[in-house]
Design a protein around this ligand. Structure first.
Ligand SMILES: Cc1cc2nc3c(=O)[nH]c(=O)nc-3n(C[C@H](O)[C@H](O)[C@H](O)COP(=O)(O)OP(=O)(O)OC[C@H]3O[C@@H](n4cnc5c(N)ncnc54)[C@H](O)[C@@H]3O)c2cc1C
Length: 475
């Protein structure tokens, strides 16, 4: 656990000399645990960045330096301590480590207005494979491009990010409207896909969380959806906008909560009403359960027949959550090659599928089989050639580097899904900056040719235990 930057440098130099692999952990939220577990068979040590967590906000410069071990919640809190009209557009979940989160893109409820976390990074400090500390000027624009979206653990250890702050109004509005299948959910989601996901006023972000529910006033099982939103403006402005564009949701003044931006972070993060913003300094995840997740990007609305089939699949499962995350706005104006994160113009929304369970090995097999079957069912309705996926929702089902060695052609299987045409540029940059493939894990970017390493078989980790599961408004 490094206490200052020189400890990270020493860890890199020693590990390289001793031939030991490094895993880097900031917030520990990696979906496949590659920050603290290995299937590759090499002996490894973990650099735990959690003691390097200072956040320095410079309102006059409109920027902040956040060390890798700080959480998203801490960054937001420190910004709000200094200004009510500044914010930062990254994850909705407030316990994510800035170190790992920003490396993969970092989306949140202001992405339609300001893009991703990576679109708002202005500098970085990183320890390279030789133990040298580089910043944007000394690493050059190629490496600076690569670390903003390639996912963590491929190019070096991020010490800190310098981010650009964005303006937020003093008053924002949030709401959560719940609808079940028998309340017309299928038609509503058809409309949401057509007019409300990527086409709304970009001050408005309405995501949909789909989960098991009961028919109102009965115990009959059904599917329910939470329309969970942030509007960068007042309730009256929001109501006017919704009346023109998405009246079918039936939003009323009673559904709207006006608050400061930092209070909206707590609300959207899923904390119970009335929770103090100080919770953001606790750096604790909100839920604790086992899960397996997958992702997709949707470019054509799913027709009603497809939705009906989807409900049947969902009704087979005990415990799941599916999150539809709207795109458009700034997300469609940033060119695909600006950062390694390529899922931009033409994306209507992103789907995250999550199978959850509480009893470890007991339900692991059936839950994994269910989510893999659901993923197969969805194939006709989502992006193709490649079927895109979000690297921050790491999914080892898409393929992985094996036994300490990497192969560019094998890595293309998941590389094209995560990065599309940016994959080849990432491989070139990796080959230049880390030709020995010192920084590697199951889905790291491979160099063009990789040293042939002999390894022992490691143990398998496919699902994780995090904090207490919070139904309804998880991240
Ligand atoms: C409950 C939950 C909610 C989430 N919500 C969102 C969301 O709203 N938006 C979103 O975009 N994503 C979200 N994610 C996904 C999240 O962005 C990724 O899991 C992210 O990688 C987490 O970063 P971390 O530092 O917490 O994880 P870690 O497990 O510490 O790291 C993740 C990856 O980055 C590498 N890494 C970590 N630190 C460093 C470093 N200092 N230098 C180099 N590499 C490093 C690791 O080796 C690993 O490969 C969520 C995940 C969870 C579990």
């Amino acid at each position: 656990m490094p206490l200052d930057e020189s400890h990270v440098q020493a860890a890199v130099v020693c590990a390289k000399k001793l031939g030991i692999q490094l895993r880097v952990r900031s917030g520990g939220h990696d979906y496949e645990g590659v920050s603290y577990a290995s299937e590759m068979g090499d002996p490894f040590v973990v650099i735990d960045m959690s003691k390097l967590r200072s956040v320095i906000v410079d309102i006059d410069d409109n920027s902040a330096w956040a060390e890798a071990g700080a959480t998203t919640g801490e960054l937001y809190y420190r910004i709000s301590e200094q200004s009510k009209v500044h914010g930062f557009p990254a994850g909705l979940c407030t316990s994510l480590g800035i170190g790992g989160h920003i490396t993969g893109g970092a989306y949140g409820s202001m992405m339609r207005k300001y893009g991703l976390g990576v679109d708002n990074v202005i500098d970085v400090r990183l320890v390279d494979p030789n133990g040298k500390i580089l910043d944007r000027a000394s690493m050059g624009e190629d490496l600076f491009w690569a670390v903003r979206g390639a996912g963590g653990g491929s190019f070096g250890v991020i010490l800190a990010w310098k981010v650009k702050l964005v303006p937020v109004p003093e008053t924002v509005t949030t709401f959560t409207v719940v609808k079940t299948l028998n309340q017309g959910l299928t038609k509503l989601l058809t409309k949401w896909q057509q007019v409300a996901a990527d086409k709304l006023d970009e001050n408005l972000f309405i995501r949909v969380e789909i989960m098991p529910g009961t028919v109102p006033n009965t115990t009959q099982k059904t599917v329910q959806a939470l329309f969970n939103a942030l509007y960068l403006g007042s309730a009256n402005q929001l109501l006017r906008s919704m009346a023109q564009t998405f009246p079918e949701l039936g939003l009323t003044k009673k559904d709207c909560n006006e608050m400061s931006w930092i209070e909206s972070v707590v609300y959207i993060g899923g904390y119970p009403t009335g929770t103090s913003i100080d919770v953001l300094l606790q750096a604790k995840p909100l839920f604790r359960n086992y899960f397996k997740a997958k992702s997709d990007f949707v470019r054509e609305p799913i027709p009603e027949a497809g939705l009906e089939g989807l409900w049947k699949k969902l009704m087979e499962a005990e415990s799941y959550i599916m999150i539809w995350n709207p795109y458009g706005g700034m997300m469609s104006r940033v060119p695909e090659s600006d950062t390694p994160f390529p899922h931009r113009k033409g994306t209507i929304y992103k789907i995250q599928y999550v199978a959850t369970w509480m009893d470890g090995e007991v339900s692991a097999k059936s839950s994994m089989a269910w989510i893999r079957d659901l993923y197969q069912f969805m194939e006709p309705y989502v992006s193709k050639n490649p079927r895109e996926a979000y690297v921050n929702y790491r999914d080892l089902d898409l393929g992985m580097n094996k036994d300490g060695n990497t192969n560019v052609n094998e890595a293309r299987a998941w590389g094209l899904k995560y990065y599309k045409n940016n994959f080849d540029r990432l491989v070139k940059i990796k080959t230049k900056f880390d030709p020995e493939n010192f920084f590697r894990h199951e889905q790291s970017i491979p160099p063009l040719s990789s040293p042939n390493r002999k390894t022992k078989k490691g143990k398998k980790f496919h699902y994780h235990k995090l904090g207490k599961h919070h139904k309804g408004k998880g991240c």
